[in-house]
Write a protein that binds this ligand. Structure first.
Ligand code: PRP
Ligand code: MN
Ligand code: MG
Length: 181
């Protein structure tokens, strides 16, 4: 952990702040989805932590399924052209789908995914994101449940990686520039 500390610029959201916020959002989701056939859809890999924490705050019983997608293209992280690496096991037909994401950055991944899901016959589709970067969004994403709005710095931890590292860091932190420059 000592060497990880050295790679952090500053902590943006602590583990405790995230858990408190997810508990609040879970109360809203409990109320909004009472009596409805909900399906939580986590987007691998980043959403693993938020899904694990969020589902345990819920009072309603919520099945989860997982999708793995990857943007491809040249240099940018999210090209907006998305490839399905692992599809859902569950048909969406008639389900009230709540997509669970760690972060909305440019918004391109979710924009593609939501458009894709609309063709699959879900009864409703909403988004829960632990984090959102309002100043980085290139497309409008109407996320109903958002944990925290954060600045456009490169952040890691709580599922978020830099080259597959730091996902297990408990807090959300800004990556120190010396790591990637
Ligand atoms: C990250 C993050 C979101 C997406 C957000 O995933 O977990 O899924 O990027 O970026 P966007 O709003 O600009 O599209 P990534 O593609 O890095 O895969 P990962 O979840 O496996 O890390
Ligand atoms: Mn992701
Ligand atoms: Mg990533």
């Amino acid at each position: 952990a000592a060497d990880i500390e050295n790679d952090l610029d500053r902590v943006l959201v602590t583990e405790e702040q995230m858990h408190d916020r997810l508990a609040e959002l879970a109360k809203q989701v409990d109320a909004d989805y009472a009596g409805k056939d909900i399906l939580l859809v986590g987007v691998l890999k980043g959403a693993v932590m938020v899904m694990a924490d969020f589902v345990r705050h819920l009072q309603i019983d919520a099945p989860m399924d997982w999708m793995a997608v990857s943007s491809y293209g040249a240099s940018t992280k999210s090209s907006g052209v998305v490839q399905i690496r692992k599809d859902l096991d569950t048909p969406l037909e008639g389900k009230h789908v709540l997509v669970v994401e760690d972060i909305i950055d440019s918004g391109l991944t979710l924009n593609w995914l939501l458009e894709h899901f609309e063709t699959r016959g879900a009864a409703s589709i909403e988004v829960l994101a632990a984090l959102r970067k309002p100043d980085a969004m290139k497309v409008e994403i109407d996320a109903k449940y958002v944990g925290f709005d954060i600045p456009s710095d490169f952040v890691i931890g709580y599922g978020l990686d830099y080259a597959e590292r730091y996902r297990g860091l408990r807090d959300v932190a800004v990556l120190a520039p010396h790591v990637y420059s």
